[in-house]
Design a protein around this ligand. Structure first.
Ligand code: HEC
Length: 118
């Protein structure tokens, strides 16, 4: 009986350890909010961590991603146009409706506007 108890406790400790490990390797936990994680995951590769259009993929593939800190981008296009570009893609920018639903796209747009628009 005592042994059974020890085995059960060990199994519980083991499961707990696995859950902890799973949380450690889940990349979304490294970001303070969901939207920051999504920008990092889907956009930063091209537009860069600082939004200046100098992400690694963008540079490597010479795609010339838009500089999100450029005031012109925000004055020339309204939200509707920018959302269309995010949803359907634009030239070398891929379409994101496969990965992000309308709400995600809107949240990311609000996020980059608040963060990068000067
Ligand atoms: C594979 C590289 C790549 C990724 C990933 C990428 N973009 Fe872009 N993005 C571009 C390029 C290239 C342009 C310039 C398109 C043009 O004007 O020809 C662009 C343009 C834009 C523009 C300006 C659109 C316009 O109408 O002028 C916005 C806003 C934008 N991206 C937001 C995002 C967001 C948000 C994400 C993540 C969900 C993202 N991008 C991911 C490459 C990328």
């Amino acid at each position: 009986m005592k042994h059974l108890l020890i085995v059960i406790v060990m199994i519980l400790v083991w499961i707990n350890g696995l859950i902890w490990l799973g949380n450690q390797i889940d990349p979304s936990n490294r970001y303070p909010s969901e939207v920051e994680y999504k920008y990092a995951r889907y956009c930063a590769g091209c537009h860069g961590k600082d939004g200046e259009g100098n992400g690694r993929i963008g540079r490597f593939k010479k795609l010339d991603p838009a500089d999100l800190t450029d005031e012109n981008l925000w004055t020339v296009h309204n939200d509707e146009q920018l959302l269309t570009s995010i949803r359907d893609g634009k030239n070398d920018m891929p379409a994101f409706h496969y990965y992000l639903n309308d709400e995600d796209q809107q949240q990311i747009l609000d996020y980059i506007k608040a963060k990068y628009r000067q």
